[in-house]
Design a protein around this ligand. Structure first.
Ligand SMILES: Nc1ncnc2c1ncn2[C@@H]1O[C@H](COP(=O)(O)OP(=O)(O)OP(=O)(O)O)[C@@H](O)[C@H]1O
Ligand SMILES: [Mg+2]
Length: 358
């Protein structure tokens, strides 16, 4: 176990800077998820921590020791990749033992570690099988076993579940979390899947185009997204965004359809007439039950999902989606007026894209 400190790390490939000064202090035993869309630099950041790529500037320290110039093998880390490539001609046992043998570890210690890891991963009965005689999930467990036997200070995972089918992914996700609770090895897990991130991570690093857009617990990121990018990326269906204007009294927002919504507490620290972007999640809207204020939705399309109903439409010219509990029979082309609790409203600055604290 070790803490990992990433300080102002940048990475350039040729003239193109891919990672723009990322900083993050990862605590000993913490499970950190690096989350972001394809191409935002997640794998690159992980490879920098692993030492598979050299950083351009900044500093990475593992367990208090700066590792910038250390080879991957000297960093005491183990990495699980998406393509976990087991040796097909070797048994499960030999696949797990191989890395230790080439490090010339005594056979008795190798045997102890392989059997201990197999026990944890429920592979004890499968040690004599070849990879082709295993299911996808079992192979993924062998790949993790190969890392566990090394007893590393840090585990790095790069989308290790993306080759598995949906059901197996959910199961493996829970197994990885359980394993973490057992072993408490500092882990850094890369994914573009927000559900995976929310369920696995103690904290998330949400990446946007080579920078950390927000670092926080899953709930912090969901409840108080730091900017428009994080707000739109976390949550499904995605948060709605409406252009709005602060009313004369500073305590209400005027929407383009002529209706308005109340702001929580003392309102927004802004002059009247300031333009803002109002963010509201589909699950926080409900029919307004005859209140005077609200958000007017012109319905285009209704999806009955059983447990809930998704209603899609427009508020003025802007798209709006609402998630209502249970089955709701709402006519296409109906107009419904919606309410969201003031404390569930998010405000963003249209210029800086940053969250405006209320
Ligand atoms: N060796 C390299 N040389 C040049 N550019 C690279 C290199 N490796 C990665 N890149 C570029 O860096 C950017 C980030 O790539 P990276 O693989 O880190 O993204 P990612 O977030 O892991 O994406 P994905 O979810 O698709 O795996 C991409 O634009 C990619 O083309
Ligand atoms: Mg990647």
């Amino acid at each position: 176990m070790a803490d990992v400190s990433i300080r102002n790390v940048t990475k350039r490939f040729g003239k193109t800077e891919i990672i723009h000064g990322v900083s993050c202090d990862i605590r000993e035993g913490e499970f950190i998820v690096i989350l972001g869309p394809s191409g935002c630099g997640k794998s690159t950041l992980l490879r920098l921590i692993a030492g598979l790529e050299e950083i351009t500037s900044g500093e990475i320290a593992i367990d208090g020791r700066v590792v910038n110039r250390l080879e991957p093998a000297q960093r005491d880390i183990a990495m699980v990749f998406q393509n976990y490539a087991l040796y097909p001609h070797m048994t499960v046992y030999r696949n797990m033992a191989y890395g230790l043998k080439i490090r010339r570890m005594p056979a008795a210690e190798v045997d102890r570690r392989v059997r201990a890891a197999a026990g944890i991963l429920e592979l004890s009965e499968l040690l004599d099988r070849k990879p082709r005689q295993l299911s996808g999930g079992q192979r993924q467990r062998v790949a993790m076993g190969r890392c566990i036997v090394r007893e590393p200070k840090v585990f790095l995972f790069d989308e290790p579940l993306s080759n598995l089918d949906a059901k197996l992914r959910v199961q493996m996700r829970m197994e990885i979390r359980k394993l973490h609770e057992e072993l408490k090895i500092t882990s850094i897990f890369v994914t573009h899947d927000q559900v995976e991130a929310m369920t696995l991570g103690d904290r998330l690093v949400v990446m946007d185009n080579g920078a950390a857009a927000q670092i926080g617990t899953p709930l912090e990121v969901y409840e108080r997204p730091a900017n428009l990018f994080v707000a739109g990326f976390i949550g499904s269906p995605a948060m709605n965004f409406l252009q709005a204007e602060v009313a004369a009294d500073g305590r209400r927002l005027v929407l383009p359809d002529g209706l308005d919504v109340a702001l929580p507490g003392a309102g927004v620290p802004a002059r009247a007439g300031r333009r803002v972007i109002l963010g509201v999640r589909p699950e926080h809207l409900e029919p307004n039950g005859g209140r005077a204020d609200g958000i007017r939705l012109a319905v285009d399309h209704v999806e009955l999902l059983g447990a809930d109903t998704l209603v899609h439409g427009r508020c003025g010219s802007m798209a709006l989606t609402v998630r209502l509990a249970d089955v709701q029979r709402i006519d296409k082309h109906a107009v419904i007026v919606l309410h969201a609790p003031p404390e569930k409203l998010h405000l963003f600055d249209p210029e800086t894209k940053a969250r405006i604290e209320k």
